[in-house]
Design a protein around this ligand. Sequence first.
Ligand code: NDP
Length: 334
Amino acid sequence: NTRIVLASRPEGRVKPGNFRIEEAAIPTPRDGEVLLKILYLSLDPYMRGRMDDAKSYAAPVAIDAVMEGGTVAEVIESRHPGYKNGDFVLSHSGWQSYAISDGGGLRKLDPEVAPLSTAVGILGMPGFTAYTGLLTIGQPKPGETVVVAAASGPVGSTVGQIARLKGARAIGIAGGPEKCAFIRDELGFDAAIDHHSPDFSEQLKLACPDGIDVYFENVGGAVWDAVFPLLNTFARIPVCGLIAQYDGLDTSGKDRLPHLMRDVLKKSLLIRGFIQREFVDQRPAFTEDMGKWLQSGEVKYREDIVEGLANAPEAFMGLLQGHNFGKLVIHVTD
Ligand code: NDP
């Protein structure tokens, strides 16, 4: 069993030495358990938070423990009445090639319905995050302007496409011309702005002549600074993520709070953070709507699949710097 464990807590940027790769015996299931062979491992920005020993909405990964993560797995030895060998499941088994489960938290997957990897992407946690955050908090109306960054990733790309399905204009912010072309030409965003451009703020302003009604916050930092002056009265801001801050790199030293509070008051802004699992009661609606949109081609998705568990640390460090192009997934084995 190959396992990747947290060797040390990062100081600032994550480094290869924060991870350690280990070999261990393949575990044996007891009565009531299944042995899982991991096929796909999802890599997600939240994992950066789990590497720190800071109070958050979830406990940190302990030093020397296997890195946490969502996985798609095959049951290869079942001693559990609810599962048989050959079943495919969504599990939370982490960065390893085999795992034991007592069935808690497993969800069966049907490979005939959708490619298995989508269970950690468009049909899984990131797709659900976009759907619930945008529709519950953002509430885009026809003709309104919705802005989202990290717009070629699984959350942002879905936010923009759903915004358009609701009749809003979708403006995506992404890193580099290739990602911008993709969201505009393949996904149908109304405009795409490269946040690496020297005149990024100016371009964003030109793309939003009527201001911004919904800003789906994935990033923070310099992107927020460009968005903030363009917010309209009664704008809604679902705060989903702040990836620019995860790796400890916001050295601008800016105090944004006085301006923010002034405008919250003056413009009646609604700013609400959320963690997707708060909206668990919306799962059936999400599954139905997203299934329909995928089938009709109204929503498209892109995956960035990296071969081999040993490449997970490097791929994860790249994710925090925008090297991924689409939902980042490790293909562990067939
Ligand atoms: P992505 O696959 O989109 O990867 C993150 C992307 O963020 C990178 O590819 C990069 O894209 C962009 N990025 C990184 N640093 C910066 C920066 N300094 N400025 C601007 N963009 C940056 O990730 P996800 O779609 O999985 O996640 C998007 C956000 O949603 C994250 O903040 C994540 O934490 C959050 N999230 C929150 C959840 C919740 O329940 N609240 C659940 C799931 C995700 P580019 O090259 O385009 O800049």
